[in-house]
Design a protein around this ligand. Structure first.
Ligand SMILES: NC(=O)c1ccc[n+]([C@@H]2O[C@H](COP(=O)([O-])OP(=O)(O)OC[C@H]3O[C@@H](n4cnc5c(N)ncnc54)[C@H](O)[C@@H]3O)[C@@H](O)[C@H]2O)c1
Length: 252
Protein backbone atom coordinates (compact mmCIF):
# COMPACT_ATOMS: atom_id res chain seq x y z
CA UNK A 1 0.00 0.00 0.00
CA UNK A 2 1.40 3.39 -0.98
CA UNK A 3 1.01 6.33 1.38
CA UNK A 4 -1.44 7.99 -1.06
CA UNK A 5 -3.30 4.80 -1.93
CA UNK A 6 -6.69 5.53 -3.49
CA UNK A 7 -6.40 9.30 -3.03
CA UNK A 8 -7.36 11.63 -5.87
CA UNK A 9 -4.49 14.09 -6.35
CA UNK A 10 -4.37 17.32 -8.36
CA UNK A 11 -0.89 18.50 -9.36
CA UNK A 12 -0.29 21.81 -11.17
CA UNK A 13 2.79 22.56 -13.23
CA UNK A 14 2.76 18.83 -13.93
CA UNK A 15 4.42 18.90 -17.35
CA UNK A 16 7.97 19.64 -16.24
CA UNK A 17 10.42 19.84 -13.36
CA UNK A 18 9.16 19.31 -9.81
CA UNK A 19 5.53 18.88 -10.90
CA UNK A 20 6.45 16.21 -13.44
CA UNK A 21 8.43 14.35 -10.76
CA UNK A 22 5.46 14.68 -8.40
CA UNK A 23 3.18 12.99 -10.93
CA UNK A 24 5.51 9.97 -10.84
CA UNK A 25 5.95 9.92 -7.05
CA UNK A 26 2.25 10.47 -6.23
CA UNK A 27 1.22 7.73 -8.70
CA UNK A 28 3.85 5.36 -7.29
CA UNK A 29 2.32 5.97 -3.85
CA UNK A 30 -1.08 4.90 -5.18
CA UNK A 31 -2.74 8.22 -6.02
CA UNK A 32 -5.09 8.78 -8.96
CA UNK A 33 -3.41 11.80 -10.51
CA UNK A 34 -4.90 14.78 -12.31
CA UNK A 35 -1.92 16.34 -14.12
CA UNK A 36 -2.55 20.04 -14.82
CA UNK A 37 -0.37 22.41 -16.80
CA UNK A 38 -0.59 25.42 -19.11
CA UNK A 39 1.29 23.09 -21.47
CA UNK A 40 -1.65 20.77 -22.15
CA UNK A 41 0.36 18.35 -24.30
CA UNK A 42 2.99 18.08 -21.56
CA UNK A 43 0.32 17.39 -18.94
CA UNK A 44 -1.18 14.69 -21.17
CA UNK A 45 2.28 13.13 -21.63
CA UNK A 46 2.75 13.00 -17.84
CA UNK A 47 -0.66 11.36 -17.38
CA UNK A 48 -0.01 8.93 -20.22
CA UNK A 49 3.26 7.82 -18.58
CA UNK A 50 1.36 6.95 -15.38
CA UNK A 51 -1.25 4.99 -17.34
CA UNK A 52 1.49 3.14 -19.24
CA UNK A 53 2.86 2.07 -15.83
CA UNK A 54 -0.54 0.69 -14.82
CA UNK A 55 -1.68 3.68 -12.75
CA UNK A 56 -4.64 6.00 -13.14
CA UNK A 57 -4.16 9.54 -14.42
CA UNK A 58 -5.93 12.26 -16.37
CA UNK A 59 -4.71 15.56 -17.76
CA UNK A 60 -6.16 19.05 -17.74
CA UNK A 61 -4.80 21.95 -19.81
CA UNK A 62 -4.88 24.74 -17.23
CA UNK A 63 -3.53 28.23 -16.74
CA UNK A 64 -3.78 28.53 -12.94
CA UNK A 65 -4.14 32.31 -13.18
CA UNK A 66 -7.59 31.74 -14.78
CA UNK A 67 -10.15 30.66 -12.16
CA UNK A 68 -12.49 29.13 -14.76
CA UNK A 69 -9.73 26.80 -15.99
CA UNK A 70 -8.92 25.71 -12.43
CA UNK A 71 -12.63 25.02 -11.86
CA UNK A 72 -12.76 22.80 -14.96
CA UNK A 73 -9.84 20.76 -13.61
CA UNK A 74 -11.34 20.29 -10.14
CA UNK A 75 -14.67 19.30 -11.70
CA UNK A 76 -12.89 16.77 -13.92
CA UNK A 77 -11.48 15.10 -10.80
CA UNK A 78 -14.86 15.13 -9.06
CA UNK A 79 -16.82 13.75 -12.02
CA UNK A 80 -14.17 11.15 -12.92
CA UNK A 81 -13.24 9.87 -9.49
CA UNK A 82 -15.87 11.25 -7.08
CA UNK A 83 -13.60 13.33 -4.83
CA UNK A 84 -10.54 15.52 -4.59
CA UNK A 85 -8.39 14.41 -1.66
CA UNK A 86 -4.98 16.03 -2.06
CA UNK A 87 -3.36 18.75 -4.15
CA UNK A 88 0.13 20.01 -4.93
CA UNK A 89 -0.15 23.60 -6.15
CA UNK A 90 3.25 23.68 -7.75
CA UNK A 91 2.90 25.81 -10.93
CA UNK A 92 5.04 28.93 -10.73
CA UNK A 93 7.21 31.28 -12.77
CA UNK A 94 10.15 33.53 -11.90
CA UNK A 95 9.93 36.32 -14.48
CA UNK A 96 13.20 38.01 -15.51
CA UNK A 97 16.23 38.54 -13.29
CA UNK A 98 16.52 42.26 -12.62
CA UNK A 99 16.52 44.70 -9.72
CA UNK A 100 13.26 45.85 -8.15
CA UNK A 101 13.61 49.36 -9.52
CA UNK A 102 14.03 48.10 -13.09
CA UNK A 103 11.40 45.36 -12.96
CA UNK A 104 8.99 45.53 -15.95
CA UNK A 105 5.32 46.18 -15.06
CA UNK A 106 3.99 43.51 -17.39
CA UNK A 107 6.16 40.89 -15.71
CA UNK A 108 5.05 42.06 -12.26
CA UNK A 109 1.43 41.48 -13.33
CA UNK A 110 2.16 38.04 -14.79
CA UNK A 111 4.31 36.70 -11.93
CA UNK A 112 1.74 37.84 -9.36
CA UNK A 113 -1.09 36.40 -11.48
CA UNK A 114 0.48 32.95 -11.81
CA UNK A 115 2.12 32.59 -8.40
CA UNK A 116 -0.27 34.41 -6.04
CA UNK A 117 -3.60 34.48 -7.85
CA UNK A 118 -2.90 31.00 -9.25
CA UNK A 119 -2.33 29.55 -5.76
CA UNK A 120 -5.42 31.39 -4.44
CA UNK A 121 -7.48 30.14 -7.40
CA UNK A 122 -6.47 26.57 -6.64
CA UNK A 123 -7.20 26.94 -2.91
CA UNK A 124 -10.65 28.41 -3.46
CA UNK A 125 -11.69 25.60 -5.79
CA UNK A 126 -9.95 22.75 -3.95
CA UNK A 127 -10.95 23.54 -0.36
CA UNK A 128 -14.75 23.41 -0.95
CA UNK A 129 -14.29 20.16 -2.91
CA UNK A 130 -12.31 18.64 -0.01
CA UNK A 131 -14.84 19.89 2.56
CA UNK A 132 -17.50 17.92 0.67
CA UNK A 133 -15.73 14.70 1.64
CA UNK A 134 -14.67 15.97 5.10
CA UNK A 135 -10.90 15.81 4.67
CA UNK A 136 -8.02 16.82 2.46
CA UNK A 137 -4.43 17.99 2.29
CA UNK A 138 -2.86 20.68 0.15
CA UNK A 139 0.78 21.58 -0.45
CA UNK A 140 1.72 24.89 -2.06
CA UNK A 141 5.09 25.53 -3.71
CA UNK A 142 6.79 28.44 -1.99
CA UNK A 143 10.59 28.70 -2.14
CA UNK A 144 13.68 29.49 -0.10
CA UNK A 145 12.97 32.89 -1.64
CA UNK A 146 9.69 32.79 0.29
CA UNK A 147 11.57 33.02 3.58
CA UNK A 148 14.58 35.26 2.85
CA UNK A 149 15.35 38.00 0.35
CA UNK A 150 16.59 37.08 -3.11
CA UNK A 151 18.32 39.99 -4.87
CA UNK A 152 17.52 40.04 -8.61
CA UNK A 153 14.29 38.09 -8.27
CA UNK A 154 12.49 40.39 -5.87
CA UNK A 155 8.97 40.09 -7.30
CA UNK A 156 9.28 36.31 -7.41
CA UNK A 157 10.47 36.40 -3.77
CA UNK A 158 7.51 38.61 -2.83
CA UNK A 159 5.06 36.16 -4.41
CA UNK A 160 6.69 33.21 -2.65
CA UNK A 161 6.37 35.06 0.70
CA UNK A 162 2.71 35.65 -0.20
CA UNK A 163 2.22 31.92 -0.85
CA UNK A 164 3.38 31.22 2.72
CA UNK A 165 0.82 33.74 3.94
CA UNK A 166 -1.95 32.07 1.94
CA UNK A 167 -0.82 28.71 3.29
CA UNK A 168 -1.02 29.79 6.94
CA UNK A 169 -4.43 31.44 6.55
CA UNK A 170 -5.91 28.50 4.62
CA UNK A 171 -4.53 26.11 7.26
CA UNK A 172 -6.07 28.07 10.15
CA UNK A 173 -9.42 28.59 8.41
CA UNK A 174 -9.77 24.85 7.77
CA UNK A 175 -7.93 23.23 10.68
CA UNK A 176 -11.03 21.92 12.45
CA UNK A 177 -12.67 20.92 9.15
CA UNK A 178 -10.07 18.25 8.37
CA UNK A 179 -8.21 20.02 5.57
CA UNK A 180 -4.46 20.53 6.15
CA UNK A 181 -2.51 23.12 4.15
CA UNK A 182 1.28 23.30 4.06
CA UNK A 183 4.04 24.59 1.79
CA UNK A 184 7.37 23.33 0.56
CA UNK A 185 10.33 25.70 0.32
CA UNK A 186 12.67 24.16 -2.24
CA UNK A 187 16.28 25.27 -2.40
CA UNK A 188 17.90 25.42 -5.82
CA UNK A 189 16.56 22.45 -7.74
CA UNK A 190 18.04 21.21 -11.00
CA UNK A 191 15.12 22.01 -13.33
CA UNK A 192 14.61 24.32 -16.28
CA UNK A 193 13.53 27.13 -13.96
CA UNK A 194 17.00 28.11 -12.61
CA UNK A 195 18.61 27.19 -15.95
CA UNK A 196 16.32 29.50 -17.92
CA UNK A 197 16.62 32.26 -15.33
CA UNK A 198 20.41 32.38 -15.61
CA UNK A 199 21.02 31.15 -19.17
CA UNK A 200 23.01 34.32 -20.05
CA UNK A 201 25.09 34.37 -16.83
CA UNK A 202 28.22 32.19 -17.22
CA UNK A 203 28.89 29.95 -14.21
CA UNK A 204 25.54 30.70 -12.56
CA UNK A 205 24.60 27.05 -12.05
CA UNK A 206 27.99 26.40 -10.37
CA UNK A 207 27.39 29.40 -8.10
CA UNK A 208 23.96 27.98 -7.22
CA UNK A 209 25.61 24.67 -6.37
CA UNK A 210 28.09 26.41 -4.02
CA UNK A 211 25.18 28.19 -2.31
CA UNK A 212 23.71 24.84 -1.29
CA UNK A 213 25.34 23.61 1.98
CA UNK A 214 24.79 20.02 0.85
CA UNK A 215 27.22 20.72 -2.02
CA UNK A 216 24.89 19.91 -4.89
CA UNK A 217 21.67 21.09 -6.46
CA UNK A 218 18.45 19.45 -5.33
CA UNK A 219 16.59 16.99 -7.54
CA UNK A 220 12.95 17.45 -8.54
CA UNK A 221 12.02 14.06 -7.08
CA UNK A 222 13.40 15.07 -3.66
CA UNK A 223 10.89 17.93 -3.49
CA UNK A 224 8.13 15.66 -4.82
CA UNK A 225 8.81 13.14 -2.01
CA UNK A 226 8.35 15.84 0.63
CA UNK A 227 5.12 17.04 -1.01
CA UNK A 228 3.79 13.48 -1.16
CA UNK A 229 4.50 12.93 2.54
CA UNK A 230 2.84 16.23 3.49
CA UNK A 231 -0.22 15.19 1.44
CA UNK A 232 -0.37 11.78 3.13
CA UNK A 233 -2.11 10.82 6.37
CA UNK A 234 1.35 10.22 7.85
CA UNK A 235 1.60 14.01 8.21
CA UNK A 236 -1.74 14.19 10.05
CA UNK A 237 -0.55 16.70 12.68
CA UNK A 238 1.28 18.95 10.23
CA UNK A 239 -0.56 22.03 9.03
CA UNK A 240 0.26 25.69 8.37
CA UNK A 241 4.01 25.23 7.95
CA UNK A 242 6.59 25.76 5.26
CA UNK A 243 8.93 22.79 5.03
CA UNK A 244 12.41 23.60 3.71
CA UNK A 245 13.55 21.01 1.17
CA UNK A 246 16.82 22.70 0.46
CA UNK A 247 19.97 20.86 1.49
CA UNK A 248 20.47 23.31 4.36
CA UNK A 249 20.09 26.53 2.34
CA UNK A 250 17.87 28.26 4.90
CA UNK A 251 20.00 27.10 7.82
CA UNK A 252 22.76 29.51 6.82
N1 LIG B 1 13.65 24.84 -9.45
C1 LIG B 1 13.96 25.54 -8.36
O1 LIG B 1 15.14 25.79 -8.07
C2 LIG B 1 12.85 26.02 -7.45
C3 LIG B 1 13.22 26.56 -6.20
C4 LIG B 1 12.25 27.02 -5.35
C5 LIG B 1 10.91 26.95 -5.72
N2 LIG B 1 10.57 26.44 -6.92
C6 LIG B 1 9.15 26.42 -7.26
O2 LIG B 1 8.74 25.10 -7.54
C7 LIG B 1 7.72 25.12 -8.55
C8 LIG B 1 8.13 24.24 -9.71
O3 LIG B 1 9.37 24.71 -10.20
P1 LIG B 1 10.17 23.96 -11.37
O4 LIG B 1 11.58 24.23 -11.11
O5 LIG B 1 9.69 22.59 -11.51
O6 LIG B 1 9.70 24.84 -12.62
P2 LIG B 1 9.69 24.45 -14.19
O7 LIG B 1 9.78 25.75 -14.89
O8 LIG B 1 10.67 23.38 -14.46
O9 LIG B 1 8.21 23.83 -14.39
C9 LIG B 1 7.09 24.63 -14.14
C10 LIG B 1 5.87 24.02 -14.79
O10 LIG B 1 4.77 24.90 -14.51
C11 LIG B 1 4.05 25.13 -15.72
N3 LIG B 1 3.37 26.42 -15.66
C12 LIG B 1 3.92 27.65 -15.82
N4 LIG B 1 2.97 28.60 -15.73
C13 LIG B 1 1.80 27.95 -15.52
C14 LIG B 1 0.47 28.39 -15.37
N5 LIG B 1 0.14 29.68 -15.45
N6 LIG B 1 -0.50 27.45 -15.16
C15 LIG B 1 -0.18 26.12 -15.11
N7 LIG B 1 1.06 25.65 -15.28
C16 LIG B 1 2.05 26.57 -15.48
C17 LIG B 1 5.10 25.06 -16.82
O11 LIG B 1 4.51 24.81 -18.08
C18 LIG B 1 5.99 23.92 -16.32
O12 LIG B 1 5.51 22.67 -16.76
C19 LIG B 1 7.53 26.59 -8.92
O13 LIG B 1 6.47 27.14 -8.19
C20 LIG B 1 8.84 27.20 -8.51
O14 LIG B 1 8.74 28.59 -8.27
C21 LIG B 1 11.52 25.96 -7.80
Amino acid sequence: MGMLSGKVAMITGAADGIGRAAVTVFAREGALVLACDIDGAGAEAAAAAVRADGGQALASAMDVSDLSQVRVGVELALTSWGSLDVAFNNAGITGPMTSLVDYPDEWFERVVAVNVRGTWNCLREQIPAMLQSGSGAIVNASSGAGAVGAPGIGIYAATKHAILGLTKVAALENATAGVRVNAVLPGIIDTNQPRNLTHDIPGAMDAFKSAMPIGRLGRADEVAEAAAWLCSDRASLVTGVGVAVDGGYLAQ
